[in-house]
Design a protein around this ligand. Structure first.
Ligand SMILES: Cc1cc2nc3c(=O)[nH]c(=O)nc-3n(C[C@H](O)[C@H](O)[C@H](O)COP(=O)(O)OP(=O)(O)OC[C@H]3O[C@@H](n4cnc5c(N)ncnc54)[C@H](O)[C@@H]3O)c2cc1C
Length: 454
């Protein structure tokens, strides 16, 4: 797609496009969905005397085979996940591999203290409640967040201590920003490979910034010098809106920290165009983009009515103000949702009129179990599987209270009433576990039978 131009005589767009070996063509459409991705245009900063450098320079995106670094002195620029991945991969074959970073980000382990899966701490509603408070909350939720603020602060300091211990972070490797804010600059789930290679001296990590390039390396801002044959830039991506005809980009009103859209999908300043996946980033992008697409289908088929433009503008302004009040300043802050994906997915589900609480009558799982794409299967499947209605959870909660009350009235024992309540709450967990295990066992049985009787 080369360009999008609004039609003059009616609503809609003229799209100019070219396929390989063909002439440029034009076609008109009523509506455009931009799905050009978040990470399409590699960003490489400009440095003085870069043209004098005799070695090779590339963006992390181009470093797709570690053998490109074989026997070379490699410098990887950046402190994020891509930069660390490149430094680790290069170190396996290079003469030397140096990570040159200005600022470290918190590494996130797959298991907290090597025991509890990370997703249990952060992808659950309980984990979500420990994050900086979302602005779109009811009075009670806001009150609870405010009351528990000191506990939330303490919890994140404890998690920081765990991560410091797990990744042996000290000195320059210790991030300066708070973990609960830093996960909103991208978030990097790491294995221990980088930590171990640093310990073994197979990778070097150096805090500093580039002053200029020389023929055979890099001069740093502090005057020191780094020899290099290959420089890899793990410096992220920028957005390109070059397909928008002149004037449209200005109309979109993109800010220095990104494009603020209603539900990260619709620009309020323009009609008949929207963005799916292109202006949103979460810890489960595929699910997020799937839900966005479902939401868009509902909007385009009239099942969901968009609010008036003024209301959408107000909601977008509230998002912007909230993000700017605490999220680290970045060029893509408007798109960043990361661990607040829980709230975003809830919003999309509520707009579509489907139950956003996806764990059914399992109230414990609703609060403490991690949410994954599997919880939303019912929304995407067309095999007739019905979603659990929202009243089921409420009815079950009422049932638990009734049981507690009955046991208390019958026994006058608070202890027995609490035990009865806990036992009833635990029933759905056991049923779910049995269901999961019986499915696994059935799958295993089917696989063995298939092997025995092919
Ligand atoms: C290093 C890295 C690691 C990642 N890891 C994860 C992860 O672990 N989990 C996760 O959920 N997500 C991850 N992501 C994000 C992941 O890339 C996205 O979730 C996913 O690719 C988004 O799909 P998409 O179709 O929206 O965009 P893309 O996959 O970027 O696809 C966009 C497409 O649009 C095309 N396009 C662009 N401009 C034009 C144009 N003008 N005309 C026609 N076509 C155009 C591009 O060629 C491309 O084919 C990662 C991204 C990166 C860069």
């Amino acid at each position: 797609m080369l360009s999008i131009t609004p039609l003059q005589d009616r609503r809609g767009w003229c799209i100019s496009f070219q396929t390989t070996g063909e002439d440029i063509k034009e076609e008109c459409f009523d509506f455009v969905v931009v799905a050009t991705g978040m990470y399409g245009t590699p960003f490489v900063p400009k440095f003085p005397d870069a043209s004098k450098f005799k070695g090779s320079m590339m963006h992390a995106e181009q470093f797709c085979d570690k053998d490109m670094a074989a026997g070379k002195k490699v410098v990887v620029v950046g402190g994020g996940k891509s930069a660390i991945d490149c430094a680790v991969a290069a170190a396996k074959v290079a003469q030397s591999s140096t990570l040159l970073f200005r600022e470290m980000h918190w590494p996130v382990p797959r298991y907290l203290l090597d025991l509890v899966p990370f997703k249990w701490g952060t992808y659950s509603r309980f984990g979500h409640a420990t994050l900086p408070m979302h602005h779109d909350m009811g009075v009670l939720e806001k009150f609870l967040h405010t009351v528990f603020m000191p506990l939330k602060w303490l919890w994140w300091r404890i998690v920081e201590l765990m991560f410091r211990f797990q990744f042996r972070l000290s000195g320059d490797l210790l991030p300066q920003s708070r973990l609960e804010h830093d996960v909103f600059t991208g978030g990097q789930i790491l294995s221990y490979e980088f930590r171990d290679m640093l310990g073994e001296g197979e990778v070097t990590a150096l805090r500093g910034s580039i002053a200029r390039f020389t023929e055979f390396g890099i001069e740093l801002a502090d005057g020191s010098w780094l020899e290099a044959d290959v420089v890899i830039f793990g410096t992220g991506f920028k957005k390109s809106y070059s397909y928008l005809s002149p004037g449209l980009y200005e109309q979109l009103d993109r800010q220095r920290d990104g494009l603020y859209l209603y539900r990260n999908i619709f620009p309020t300043e323009m009609s008949d165009i929207c963005f799916i996946g292109a202006e949103v980033s979460t810890f489960n992008n595929i699910l997020t983009q799937g839900l966005q697409s479902l939401w868009l289908k509902c909007v385009l088929t009239g099942q969901v009515l968009l609010p008036p433009v003024a209301a959408m503008t107000e909601a977008t302004a509230a998002d912007k103000a909230w993000k700017r009040s605490w999220m680290p300043a970045k060029g893509d802050r408007a798109a960043i949702l990361q661990l607040h994906k829980m709230k975003y997915h809830d919003q999309l589900c509520e707009d579509m009129g489907v139950n956003h609480k996806r764990k059914g009558w399992n109230l414990l799982a609703e609060v403490f179990a991690p949410y994954s794409a599997a919880d939303y299967t019912g929304l995407f499947c067309t095999n007739g599987k019905k979603d659990t209605p929202s009243w089921v959870a409420t009815a079950f909660a009422a049932f638990i209270l009734a049981i507690v009350a009955v046991v208390f009235l019958a026994t006058h024992s608070r202890k027995q009433a609490v035990v009865a309540g806990i036992a009833v709450i635990a029933i759905p967990c056991m049923v779910d576990m049995l269901k999961a295990n019986s499915k696994n066992m059935a799958d295993m049985l089917a696989a063995s039978l298939k092997t025995m009787c092919p």
